[in-house]
Structure formats: structure tokens, C-alpha cells
Design a binder for this molecule. Structure first.
Ligand code: Z5A
Length: 215
């Protein structure tokens, strides 16, 4: 399939701590490439030189005193650069964009986790993104305690990873509420199962998306 023949698609992957995004994004990218799709894989916060520097500020545990508004605005500052430099040009070129987190993470972490009002986030979303929204969002979902146990096996914790379980419970609830309110866009993947089963479910979802795109 030549993806240049049609418009690009914007796929995002979301979830709380330790759900296995990194483990599954490479799988998704491979499946899309096998279908002949030209994919740009990227991430947030990050995806550009400026965005990666903002990411370092956001994750650095030395900035434990960062205000909630500073955190929110840094997320959108990185996003503005990412959209202008990477996401929009790729979509305009007919490529598919596969993004590890996007604005749903802002609703979940800054909204659900930190208590920023959804109206305030929606204002920034409209300002920075205009009409740009993901076509599909894969929500890797699993109980918070399992995710934290998986993530705990990794090295030192960043500024977000130092949060308590209740914070991640609020993040997960916000994600699930978003998924419920936009079922046409969200695909919920049961990430509590072994990796091969998770990828089996992801594969089924991807094959449907690819069929819809060429139909
Ligand atoms: N953030 C925000 O607050 N607001 C925003 O708008 C945006 C982001 C965009 C950095 O994101 C932080 O930014 C993030 C939210 C915030 N902080 N948190 N938490 P990130 O996406 O870069 O960070 P991350 O959430 O830590 O993601 P990650 O590094 O990709 O980890 P992961 O999704 O948790 O996945 P993993 O490393 O692939 O898996 C964790 C471990 O579990 C690993 O050892 C795997 O081998 C294992 N694993 C994976 N799948 C399985 C299964 N199925 N069974 C058993 N074990 C498994």
C-alpha cells in the first residue's frame, strides 16, 4: 500500500507507569511497516531537539518544586514545536505518525493527577493544536500496582516516577474516563497479560485500522 496515496494517520499510545509502551511501540511500528506504511515514530515530551531538552527539564527530579502551571506549559511548549516541526509535516506528506504519548497524557497526568481543570487544558489544546487530534489512541491499561512493580525493576526514578500510587490511580481513572467518552478513537488494550498476548490483541486492532485506511 502506498501511504502517499492517502492522508496520513495519527496514532498515539498511552498508559500509566510500567504499562509497556516502550515494549509495544516497536511492535506497532514493525506491523505498520510490514503493511507498507511509511511511519514516523516519535514521542512526547520530546520528538525535536528543543522538545528533548524540555523533556530533560520535566523529568529531572532536581525540579521537584516545579509549579503545576510551569509543568503544563512546558508540555505544551514542547508539543507546539513537535507539531510544527515533525507531526504536521509528516501527516501532510501522507506519512503515518506513531507517537508515544500526546495530549491525552496531559489530561491524565496534569488533569487527573495534578488537578488542573480540563477546561484549561482544552484551551491550550485548541491554541496549540488547532484541529489536530489523534485518529487512534491505544490505551495500554493495567492495574497501577502491577505497572509500578514492573517499572520498579528499572533504574533510578524520574520526577514523575517518584509520585505515589494514588497519583497513578488518578491518572489511570482519567485515561479510562477519556476512553469511555471517545470510544471511536480509543482502543483499550489489556496490558496485564503476558507480552505475546498483549501483542496479539494489538495486532488485531492494527489490522482493522489498516483495513479502514485502505477502504
Ligand atoms: N507526561 C505528562 O505528565 N504529560 C504529558 O502531556 C506527557 C507526558 C506527554 C515521561 O513519559 C513522563 O511524562 C511520564 C508522563 C509524563 N511519566 N510517567 N510515568 P514516558 O512515556 O517517557 O515515561 P514512562 O511512562 O515511564 O514510559 P516508558 O519508559 O515507555 O515505560 P513503560 O510504558 O512503562 O514501558 P516499558 O519500559 O516497556 O515496560 C516496563 C517494564 O515492564 C519493562 O521491564 C518491560 O520489559 C516489562 N513489561 C512490558 N510489558 C510486559 C508484559 N506484558 N508482561 C510483563 N512485563 C512486561
Amino acid at each position: 500500500m502506498s501511504s502517499r496515496a492517502g492522508r496520513g494517520r495519527f496514532i498515539t499510545v498511552e498508559g500509566t507507569e510500567g504499562v509497556g509502551k516502550s515494549s509495544n511501540i516497536a511492535f506497532i511500528e514493525d506491523k505498520l511497516r510490514q503493511a507498507g506504511i511509511d511511519v514516523v515514530a516519535t514521542r512526547e515530551p520530546g520528538g525535536t531537539t528543543l522538545g528533548e531538552e524540555v523533556r530533560e527539564l520535566l523529568l529531572d527530579h532536581r525540579h521537584s518544586g516545579m509549579s503545576v502551571d510551569a509543568e503544563l506549559l512546558l508540555m505544551f511548549a514542547a508539543r507546539a514545536q513537535h507539531i510544527e516541526q515533525v507531526i504536521q509535516p509528516a501527516l501532510t506528506n501522507g506519512q503515518w505518525v506513531l507517537c508515544d504519548r500526546f495530549t491525552d497524557a496531559t489530561y491524565a497526568y496534569q488533569g487527573g493527577g495534578r488537578g488542573v481543570s480540563f477546561e484549561r487544558i482544552a484551551t491550550l489544546e485548541q491554541w496549540v493544536q488547532g484541529a489536530l487530534r489523534p485518529d487512534y489512541t491505544m490505551l495500554l491499561d493495567l492495574p497501577v500496582e502491577i505497572g509500578l512493580a514492573r517499572a520498579g525493576e528499572r533504574g533510578s526514578a524520574d520526577r514523575f516516577e517518584k509520585e505515589q500510587q494514588t497519583f497513578f490511580e488518578q491518572v489511570r481513572s482519567a485515561y479510562l474516563a477519556q476512553a469511555e467518552s471517545a470510544p471511536e478513537r480509543y482502543r483499550i488494550i489489556d496490558a496485564s497479560r503476558p507480552l505475546d498476548k498483549v501483542q496479539q490483541q494489538l495486532d488485531g486492532v492494527l489490522q482493522t485500522i489498516i483495513k479502514e485506511a485502505v477502504a
